[in-house]
Each structure stands twice: as structure tokens, then as C-alpha cells.
Design a protein around this ligand. Structure first.
Ligand code: FAD
Ligand code: A2P
Length: 272
């Protein structure tokens, strides 16, 4: 007989809606949950009762933990898919509601999958910002690297709000600055949009290929000796980003065989 799936129920403590497609929420954290910043867990709600048996099962989806490992609560950043089985309901959660959490964190966007380096790039599109919201708030990120660069590409300016607020807090909150140390001043934020006018427009992949990103940030081209990267976005984006990094001589790593970059899907698309 299969062992029953273990799941814990946590309580939602706050919800913030950013756009009609994006929101973030925080929950209590099980005392036993240990994770590495950048990992994901399965979360969800009880599904509608089976029409024949009346039984209810948990409906779970993979979610990056957006809060850092030191935070006493958990934070998640979520899409609202209009007819999505989970998010059509999850978008209505309120403080005090229950959330199911399967406490088994996993994932490739973790520091120990990368060889030591000097400069760390985080490349995100859409909700792919979530694991980096965790890593950007982790002191280890600034202990390991002299320079940290986060790029975030979205269709619209409003889609950048959650990420922008996290960067703003890192730059202005005295406690964060004390916690994250002097290397925090080396944090560079590079937001771009593709379907609405903004100070920087274009897909990050095009801005890397053209050299525009390096020129804008005052950085040299990728160097496998010093540069490390983490990539999180749609499958098409991840494939293009992987190609660009490999062309520059960086090799993909895993926790068992660390390398110069790591990649994870922000979601699984239709038919993938
Ligand atoms: P689903 O039936 O799961 O998806 C329906 C369709 O919606 C998909 O086929 C896809 O085209 C689209 N879609 C799903 N998720 C997204 C997304 N995030 N951005 C854009 N389009 C999407 N989602 C988050 O919102 N935040 C996260 O931190 C997050 N982390 C993930 C980590 C991993 C490793 C993976 C594999 C997925 C992650 N997802 C995340 C996606 C998440 O698991 C669900 O797909 C999402 O919550 C939608 O669930 P659903 O049941 O409403 O729709
Ligand atoms: P674009 O608007 O040109 O498609 P989505 O919301 O579809 O996940 O996209 C999030 C962001 O990622 C959008 O700005 C989108 O640009 C960009 N994007 C999508 N596919 C790629 C890709 N293959 N390479 C680079 N950027 C991409």
C-alpha cells in the first residue's frame, strides 16, 4: 500500500494583489520546514468534492518560496490563470484562510549547484522572479558574490511592481542592509518590458545578444571564470538563456555536479 501523502495546513496571514494577473501572499511556516533559498514546494487547496464519492483531495501545484530561509513566515508570488484549476480559486484567498503545504522543498536554483564565482546574475521573466525574491533577501548571496545582478522582463510595467518593491526594500530598509552586509551596495536591478513603454524595453535575451545589457550596467561580457547565473522563466525563455550562457562558455550545474549556471521552469506551459 502506498503511504498517504503528508501535507500540512498553514494559515494565510496577508494577501497583496498587484494586478489582475498577479498577487502575493504570506502564510505561517511549519516549525519543521527547513529549505534553501530558491527552492520550491507544493502548495494548494482542497479540490472540489468528487461527484461520485463526495471525497475531497488536495489540489497541489509547485510554487517557489519567495521568502528567504530566515523569515519566520512563508511568502509566495502567484499568477492568476483565469480558468486555472488552482489559481482561479487561490486568487480569492484571504488572511485567516487555510493553505495546504507539502513540506518537501526541492529545486535547482540553489547556491550549492554553482561553483564559486565573483558575479551572480539572476535572470527572471514573469513569476520567475519568485525564487530570486528569496535569494535576493538571503545574506549568503552577498557573502558568496561581490556583485549581484537581477534582471526581470515582463510584458507590462505593472507586472514589475512586486519585484520593484523588493528591490526598494533592500535598498532602503536599514535592517535589511545590516543583515545583508556591505556587498548589498553591489546589487544591480535591470527591469525591462516588452509590450509597454518603459525606461528599458526589450527581451533580456536580445539585450544580452546585442551587448546592450552589459553596456547599460557597465559590465564586461559573460566570463566563465567569474560569472555565475540562475535562470527562471517560461520554457522558451529558459532555452534561449541557456543557449546564450553556453555560447559564452558557461556550463549548467546541478547540486551533485555544480557548474556555472542553473535553470528552472517558472511554470509548465500548455502541452509541455
Ligand atoms: P495550471 O493548469 O497549472 O496552468 C494552466 C496554464 O497557465 C499553464 O499551462 C500555463 O500556460 C499557464 N501558467 C501556469 N503558471 C503560470 C505562471 N506562473 N506564469 C504564467 N503562466 C502560467 N506559479 C506561480 O504563480 N508562482 C510560482 O512561484 C511558481 N513556481 C513554480 C515552480 C515550478 C518548479 C513549477 C514547475 C511551476 C511553478 N509555478 C508557479 C506554476 C504553478 O505550479 C501553477 O502552474 C500555477 O499556479 C497555475 O496553476 P493552475 O492550476 O491555476 O493552472
Ligand atoms: P514577449 O512579450 O516579447 O513575449 P510571459 O508573460 O509570456 O511568460 O512572458 C514574460 C516575459 O518574457 C515577456 O516580456 C516576454 O516577452 C518574455 N519572453 C517570452 N519568451 C521569451 C523568450 N523566448 N526569450 C526572451 N524573453 C521571452
Amino acid at each position: 500500500m502506498l503511504a498517504p501523502v503528508r501535507h500540512d495546513t498553514q494559515i494565510v496571514t496577508s494577501v497583496t494583489h498587484y494586478t489582475n494577473r498577479l498577487f502575493a501572499f504570506r502564510t505561517t511556516r511549519p516549525a519543521s520546514l527547513r529549505f534553501r533559498s530558491g527552492e520550491f514546494v507544493m502548495i494548494g487547496l482542497m479540490d472540489a468534492p468528487d461527484p461520485e464519492t463526495g471525497r475531497q483531495k488536495p489540489l497541489l501545484r509547485a510554487y517557489s518560496i519567495a521568502s528567504p530561509a530566515w523569515d519566520e513566515e512563508l511568502e509566495f508570488y502567484s499568477i492568476k490563470v483565469p480558468d486555472g484549476r488552482l489559481t482561479s480559486r487561490l486568487q480569492n484567498i484571504k488572511a485567516g484562510d487555510e493553505l495546504i503545504l507539502h513540506p518537501k522543498p526541492v529545486g535547482t536554483l540553489v547556491h550549492d549547484a554553482l561553483l564559486p564565482g565573483k558575479r551572480l546574475y539572476f535572470f527572471a521573466t514573469g513569476t520567475g522572479f519568485a525564487p530570486f525574491a528569496s535569494l535576493l533577501r538571503d545574506p549568503l548571496t552577498y557573502e558568496k558574490y561581490n556583485e549581484v545582478i537581477i534582471t526581470h522582463t515582463c510584458q507590462l510595467v505593472e507586472d514589475l511592481t512586486y519585484g520593484g518593491e523588493i528591490i526598494e526594500t533592500l535598498r532602503t530598509d536599514g535592517i535589511m542592509q545590516e543583515l545583508l552586509g556591505p556587498n548589498l551596495v553591489q546589487l544591480k536591478y535591470y527591469p525591462t518590458t516588452t509590450r509597454e513603454e518603459s525606461p528599458k524595453m526589450g527581451r533580456i535575451t536580445d539585450l544580452i545578444s546585442s551587448g546592450g545589457m552589459f553596456a547599460d550596467l557597465g559590465l564586461p561580457a559573460f566570463d566563465p571564470a567569474s560569472d555565475r547565473a540562475m535562470v527562471c522563466g517560461s520554457l522558451a525563455f529558459n532555452l534561449e538563456a541557456r543557449g546564450l550562457l553556453e555560447k559564452a562558455g558557461l556550463r549548467e550545474g546541478t547540486r551533485s555536479e555544480p557548474g556555472e549556471f542553473v535553470v528552472e521552469k517558472a511554470f509548465v506551459g500548455e502541452g509541455v
